[in-house]
Design a binder for this molecule. Structure first.
Ligand code: VAH
Length: 317
């Protein structure tokens, strides 16, 4: 039985559904502070900073695997650095300790390209780069990766992790990240609105389409244990583009679409991150290969959001 924290979040919403499809609704226990109104399945309200509350759920549902997705993202994290550190670390320590005590089979910890900071090779950033994160979110992810490895080395806890690029999907909205623009832009485009981007036109960042992000997660978690040679967190790549390139891809479908640029504090964060990622280790160890490029992603995002907004508008009428 699988426990997911952060199940109402951007990634959690879609990952929960995929896990339900794969293992059956009754074997997936979704948890978050609040339930998604549309969620179907077993849900428990949970504040992951509450050790006793997680423990109770683990015992009650005889949990064997945990996907710990709850966290504060990069941009929001900068508004309250110490609070973010507390939440991101306390929740993960709770998960690690409970997993050790109750002999959880596998734990998934999402890391991020935010672990990288200035002084890296920004193109094709290698797995083994020096980690000098520029945000408290990145610092918490870099620390988390190492704690995961520590629990594996010392206690044999099977913690697995990916360094996600910015995740782009139509099913859910991101909350407070630096890569959020790449989702917001699609919502504006299908509503025939202009988009003002908080990064400048040339800011190239690593991104990944939601289906690829979910597939990478499941492939990593299903890989035979002996294949996992990276116990901190795997670099994975999807695609890379700038806001300008994305707007051009959107214009092929929406010729009237207009983008403007008003960089804010998030520009500095983005400028410290890689532009693209070298994921040789993930390729080698568990055959990672992304399937989406900017054209196929743009097409599928626009099509699905058009359908979504059409449905909501019909309901409103
Ligand atoms: C953020 N989307 O912007 C997250 C991510 C690639 C960065 O971890 O904070």
């Amino acid at each position: 039985v699988i426990l997911i924290t952060g199940s109402s979040g951007q990634l959690g919403t879609v990952l929960t559904e995929k896990l339900q499809e794969k293992y059956g609704n009754e074997n997936i226990i979704a948890t978050d502070l609040r339930k998604n109104p549309t969620f179907n399945g077993v849900f428990e309200a949970l504040d992951v900073t509450d050790f006793e509350a997680i423990k109770a759920i683990v015992v009650k549902h005889k949990i064997t695997q945990i996907y710990h997705l709850a966290a504060i993202l990069s941009a929001n994290g900068e508004k309250n650095p110490l609070g973010t550190w507390d939440i991101n670390m306390k929740t993960f320590f709770n998960v690690l300790e409970i997993s050790k005590t109750y002999k959880i089979n596998k734990v998934f910890f999402p890391s991020s390209i935010a672990v990288f900071g200035n002084n890296i090779e920004r193109s094709n950033t290698p797995q083994s780069s020096n980690l000098t994160p520029s945000t408290v979110y990145g610092i918490s992810k870099a620390a988390g990766e190492n704690w995961g490895k520590y629990y594996f080395d010392k206690y044999g806890l099977d913690v697995r992790s990916l360094r996600y690029p910015g995740v782009i999907g139509y099913q859910s909205l991101p909350g407070g990240g630096t890569t959020d623009y790449a989702v917001d832009i699609f919502h504006k485009a299908v509503n025939n609105e202009d988009f003002d981007c908080f990064l400048n036109a040339e800011t190239e960042l690593p991104m990944i389409y939601m289906d690829d992000a979910i597939r990478a997660t499941l492939e990593l978690m299903e890989a035979p244990k002996e294949k996992i040679t990276v116990r901190t967190s795997y670099n994975i790549s999807g695609l890379s583009f700038t806001p300008y390139q994305l707007s051009e891809a959107i214009k092929k479908n929406y010729p009237a679409f207009r983008i403007s640029y008003t960089p804010d504090f998030r520009q500095e964060i983005a400028s410290s991150w890689p532009m693209s990622i070298d994921d040789s280790e993930a390729k080698q160890d568990w055959n990672w290969k992304p399937a989406f490029n900017i054209e196929s992603m743009t097409e599928i995002m626009l099509k699905n959001l058009e359908l979504k907004y059409k449905k909501t508008n019909n309901l409103l009428i």
